[in-house]
Design a protein around this ligand. Structure first.
Ligand SMILES: Cc1ncc(COP(=O)(O)O)c(C=O)c1O
Length: 393
């Protein structure tokens, strides 16, 4: 079956954060919104049908997670990433951001240090801060030849030696720059973290969205050390556009870490499933393979469209081509604008709602993050507006 990703779905009034809090967030309502990381595409029909069938039942009581739910996750990871997961290593998590907070609560104390690699997904910065932990940076380094960032492994070793952090939070693949980390880098991270007793949280929410030939490596699969030092989180929520349904899961290979973390989750009843989550996840992982393949091809074409358009029309903005997912990190420094003028350009002149790069921490200055998980006509409209606005500078 061929799916139509050109179809425009009006999300306004549905309670979508994307469209329904623009006034509060950007100070005006008349914006084309391409910011928060969910897509404009219809959630795949098999997921909607499975939910409708369940919701048709007259009682929405407490519900079990059927074995077929767990098996759908195990089979998916095996088929898509060659990752063999034992059922005992797996648990439900009510959202990855919360999961990261649970790890911080369980394995660190106030004042402990947490390493992040900015520019990076904002909650990686906000969660440790809000919980009284200290952030330590290992900034990503821009590699002009590769046209994207790389990790600074030497500095990571140094930071671990000097600062003695307890935890490293890794975006694997990386948000906002869409980097699929090479296995060698992940192996090196694992070795460094094992040497210094640092627990790695590998957030793999974008793992199922690699573009073209790029291959994702689940962190614990790259080496024994990686399996030993890590907690991985993943979810069908980004890939199948169902982020409003809490559907994340966690995998821990090391029995010692598992006992502590899963014990903490059990003790606080934090890992109980909800029927919407189990029903939607199982449908996603068993019935939506073709949808995913077509969606990724469409997103890849959108990425090409954005990169080419900017190169040909707005040389002051350079798109960092993502290797995974539907977020494009835009380097706008060539426009020569300060922060306020850049935001004014996007919001008031172009009437676009994108993510402000500064929120992603050091290195995010002068950047914007654009969501291209949308019909091409919307992307074309956004780029047209941007070109016109830049022309007024
Ligand atoms: C790297 C990363 N982790 C986690 C999330 C959100 O996960 P959840 O909705 O499961 O908390 C996002 C959403 O944009 C993300 O990009």
């Amino acid at each position: 079956m061929l799916y139509n990703f050109d179809k425009i779905v009006d999300r306004r009034g549905s309670g979508a954060i994307m469209t329904d809090c623009l006034q509060a967030r950007y100070g005006r309502d008349d914006l084309l919104a391409l910011w928060i990381a969910d897509m404009y595409f219809e959630t795949p029909e098999p997921i909607r049908k499975a939910l409708e069938r369940r919701l048709d039942h007259q009682v929405y009581g407490y519900s079990i997670a059927p074995e077929s739910y767990w098996q759908s996750i195990i089979d998916w990871e095996q088929q898509v990433h060659g990752w063999t997961i034992d059922r005992t290593q797996l648990t439900f998590i009510p959202g990855i951001v919360r999961g990261i907070a649970f790890v911080l609560q369980c394995f660190t104390q106030p004042g402990d240090k947490v390493v992040v690699q900015p520019p990076v997904y904002m909650p990686f910065l906000n969660l440790p801060r809000a919980n009284g932990r200290q952030l330590v940076y290992n900034p990503l380094v821009f590699d002009e030849v590769a046209g994207t960032y790389r990790m600074d492994l030497e500095n990571l070793e140094e930071v671990c030696r000097k600062e003695a952090p307890k935890v490293l939070i890794l975006s694997n693949p990386h948000n906002p720059a869409g980097i699929v980390w090479p296995a060698a880098d992940l192996t090196a991270v694992a070795d460094i973290c094992r040497r210094h007793g640092v627990l790695v949280i590998s957030d793999e929410i974008h793992a199922d969205m690699t573009l073209g030939a790029h291959r994702h490596y689940p962190f614990p699969t790259v080496s024994e050390a990686a399996a030993e030092v890590s907690i991985s989180f993943a979810a069908p929520s980004k890939t199948f556009n169902m982020a409003g349904i809490v559907s994340s899961f966690c995998v821990v290979s090391n029995p010692r870490i598992r006992e502590k973390f899963y014990g903490y989750l059990e003790a606080n009843e934090l890992n109980g499933t909800m029927f919407l989550s189990t029903v939607a996840t199982e449908a996603a992982f068993t019935q939506c393979g073709a949808w995913r393949r077509q969606m990724l091809a469409y997103v890849k074409d959108n990425v090409n469209f954005v990169c080419n358009f900017l190169k040909d029309n707005i040389p002051g903005i350079v798109a960092i081509r993502p290797q995974a997912s539907f977020l494009v990190w835009l380097d706008c420094r060539g426009l020569g604008l300060d922060h306020d003028a850049l935001i004014d350009l996007f919001v008031n002149r172009a009437r676009l709602a994108l993510n402000d790069g500064e929120a992603f921490g050091p290195g995010g200055e002068g950047h914007m993050r654009m969501n291209v998980g949308a019909p091409r006509a919307m992307i074309a409209e956004a780029l047209g507006r941007l070109k016109e606005a830049v022309g007024t500078l």
